[in-house]
Write a protein that binds this ligand. Structure first.
Ligand SMILES: Nc1ncnc2c1ncn2[C@@H]1O[C@H](COP(=O)(O)OP(=O)(O)OP(=O)(O)O)[C@@H](O)[C@H]1O
Length: 356
């Protein structure tokens, strides 16, 4: 089932939380809504679900306007971070709930319910927990049961709001992989909200990057990472070094000579050299920190005292350290392998009287 969002506007007071959003999610896609806190992700998801009403614009399911369709008729399954399981029901009954509350005419028989629930519990690999109660499960197990419960009614659309938000890093990673597999097996259209760029990059077919109620960019993980449309997207999707400057020969053709250009280089896109080379920046090593398989080096530029971060595989760092005698205090040159440039738009001059 495809989902189409057209000219969607939602305000809370004067704040435009969805500022004229347009978005098409194709049938069978797994899409991440990615953005910082307050960017409007949850509100958009809730409007798609029918839990929140838009001020204007529409949501189409499979081409049909669903704006006025009630939540339970939308055939949507939800998993929310704080959408707890029913504590007084065992796991089996939690998953069976959506089937038991169906109108008599469409309610499956007891045998059908049993078979279906056990199938779902096997799918989430927790059938051995059927008789337990939610408080006897770990956080990760509870989230998997919440997913099984959402899937019990065979939704065409699965909406997930930070489903793994409260879990520790290792469990999150497992559940991501597992969500991806489940999505593919169930042939649903899934939309999930996250503020974690790794989660979005790892799981989604497509990432919709949101900021202040607007869509900054919409594309595959590779597109948004390698070809960010805006400085916001570039900075939100990973660490980056910034260099300010005026337009020179190397800037784009549409820039006036007065434009400020910001050059962005990701830490892993800098090469460390033992001697000067055109385009390389001189810096002094401040410290080296090894985190997992990578080493992060902090350099201080010799020309303006700003900092530059470089990241490289630990083995490469150890080889370089040997080769260049690299240790805190030593000098090296940093050559960008790849840069991204954006022209800074000068801020509109403010009328001081209007600010009082
Ligand atoms: N019912 C409400 N009444 C007033 N303001 C609201 C309401 N719901 C959300 N907001 C505001 O709308 C903005 C967007 O909220 P929303 O929850 O959609 O953002 P989000 O991107 O999902 O953020 P988070 O990652 O923190 O959940 C926030 O500034 C929030 O305070």
């Amino acid at each position: 089932m495809s989902i189409e969002v057209r000219n969607l506007v939602k305000r809370f007071g004067t704040l435009a939380v969805c500022d004229n959003l347009n978005l098409t999610i194709n049938s069978g896609e797994l899409v991440a809504l990615l953005g910082p806190s307050g960017s409007g992700k949850t509100t958009l998801l809730r409007i798609i679900a029918g839990l929140e009403k838009a001020d204007s614009g529409s949501v189409l399911f499979h081409g049909d306007d669903a704006t006025r369709t009630a939540v339970r008729e939308r055939n949507v399954g939800f998993v929310f971070q704080h959408y707890a399981l029913f504590p007084q029901m065992n796991i089996f009954e939690n998953v069976a709930f959506g089937l038991r509350v169906r109108p008599r005419a469409t309610r499956p028989s007891e045998a059908q319910i049993r078979a279906k629930v056990m199938d779902l519990l096997k799918l989430v690999q927790l059938d051995w927990l059927a008789e337990r109660y939610p408080h006897q499960l770990s956080g990760g197990q509870r989230q998997r049961i919440a997913l099984a419960r959402a899937l019990a009614v065979e939704p065409k659309v699965l909406l997930l709001d930070e489903p793994f938000g409260a879990l520790d890093a290792k469990v999150r990673k497992e559940l991501r992989r597992w969500l991806r597999r489940l999505h593919d097996e169930m042939h649903v259209t899934s939309v999930f909200v996250t503020h974690d760029q790794d989660e979005a990059m790892e799981v989604a077919d497509r990432i919709v990057v949101m900021n202040q109620g607007r869509i900054e960019q919409d594309g595959s993980p590779d597109q948004v990472y390698d070809h960010p449309a805006t400085p916001f997207v570039l900075q939100f999707l990973g660490d980056v070094n910034l260099f300010h400057g005026r337009t020179g020969r190397s800037a784009g053709p549409h820039e006036s000579s007065a434009d400020n250009v910001v050059t962005y280089v990701r830490p892993h896109e800098l090469q460390i050299l033992g001697e000067a080379r055109p385009g390389a920046l001189p810096g002094r090593l401040q410290q080296a920190l090894t985190v997992g398989p990578n080493t992060r080096l902090e350099f201080r530029r010799l020309d303006d005292d700003s900092y530059i971060d470089v990241e490289l595989p630990r083995a490469e760092y150890l080889a370089l350290r040997e080769q260049l005698n690299l240790e805190p205090g030593s000098q090296a040159w940093l050559l960008p392998r790849r840069v991204t440039r954006f022209v800074e738009t000068p801020e509109e001059p403010q009328d001081p009287a209007a600010m009082i």
